[in-house]
Unconditional design. Sequence first.
Length: 498
Amino acid sequence: MNPLARLFSPLKIKSLELVNRAVMPPMGTNLGNPDGTVSEANLAYIKRRAVGGAGLIITEIASVHPSGSAMPNELGAYDDRFVPGLKRISDAVHAAGGKVALQLHHAGRESLHLLQQGKAVAPSAIRSLVFGLTPREMTREEIREIIVAFGAASARALEAGFDAVEVHGAHGYLLTQFLSALSNKRSDEYGGSFSNRSRFMIEVLQEVRKTVGKDFPISLRLSVEECIKDGYTFEDIQPVLANLVKAGADILHASLGTHGSPGGITTAPFEYQPGFNVWRAQKVKEVVGLPVIAVGRFTDPSLANEVIARGEADLVAFGRQYLADPDFLIKAREGRPEDIRKCIACNQGCIERLLLGEGKIRCALNPETGQEMIYPQGPAGVRRRVWVVGSGPGGLTAAYEAARLGHEVTLYEQEEETGGQLRFARQSPFKDQYGTWASWLTSQAKKIGVIMHTGVEVTESVLSEGNPEVVILATGGEQIKPDIPGIALSLVSNPGRF
């Protein structure tokens, strides 16, 4: 029997027929054009992931209204001019044999550029926990306008050939802002009790359902718990789940938290164990009886298969794992789990880079991510003798990539062990995966044909004797030991012994 049989089993949800239960969830890329249209970089990024074989790909956020973009170049779905570009996305996924949903989004107060312009709107004029600026309170007329905008955007998704839509009701964006007593202090029918605060989300779902018809699938991404002091809990939201289903939800995408929640829980760092959030998906599934997507640092297809086999969820979302290795499902299906480049949840290229305004999406582990248009496919036109000096993550990656392109690669490391500074980073609590990453890089480089020499210092004479055509110097930085009293103590200098 196929050990991953449940993960690779089909699933039908209304008109949506999935070949497996793996989901690539929405992840912001910042790759869109400045006017919100789909760029060539967007297409290259999505095509690269589509060939990985996910049953369902859910696009990054697409704004349903000009007042709701989280960033200036967020993809747009609020005007017919966006349809041709969106259709190119659906066509690309379909060409690879997959299915695709468009995620419909309104940022509310969580939009720095709109806050700075005084244009951000929200249920109440309460400052953003993320950006510290205050939005304007929405009028009833504006509430209705946004509800209608969600429906109009779903019609454009249908026209653009998408197989489903997902309403973004999670992570502290507008729909969550209405749900939360921390951001919703209204005294009208959209505020007060939890039932009233859920009214906006319900009316959005009703509008989308009315627009797309009864057979077109609607997913609702929901923060099952707010995960912040005095925020709502599962017990609070449980009574309204049936109303969300009645309003139109066919799939519940069981996420958690907001971008203002402590610990970065919406993009959980490595302190959280893979699958840590499954229990919330299971609780939702027990209440609604609908297909439920589990999320939470999934990197291992085997774990996802177990979750589905135990009935805790129907589908599993592999988010950042698709950035680290878009081919991980292929490798799992072929029985090569050791070749999977597993996301270590460092959040450096995918989250921090975007939050700090440093540009487009990247991955600290995978040099191809966000650079699909320029990433060389090979083989190289001329095969060269390449030496790489240094075996930290940069050196190991350079050696692997050069060998992948067909060069004859030799790597030299003056220490007895590869890994560079990762050898020290792995000793801290929860950071042992840095060591795992170094071991994986080493094994992959060897597997592709890189010749490695450890305990060898590359001197001028060594270079003269070897006469390489190309030298990649990847010696990186040097370890710095600050002059702190007690730093020479054994528990500091050798933390691994405890």
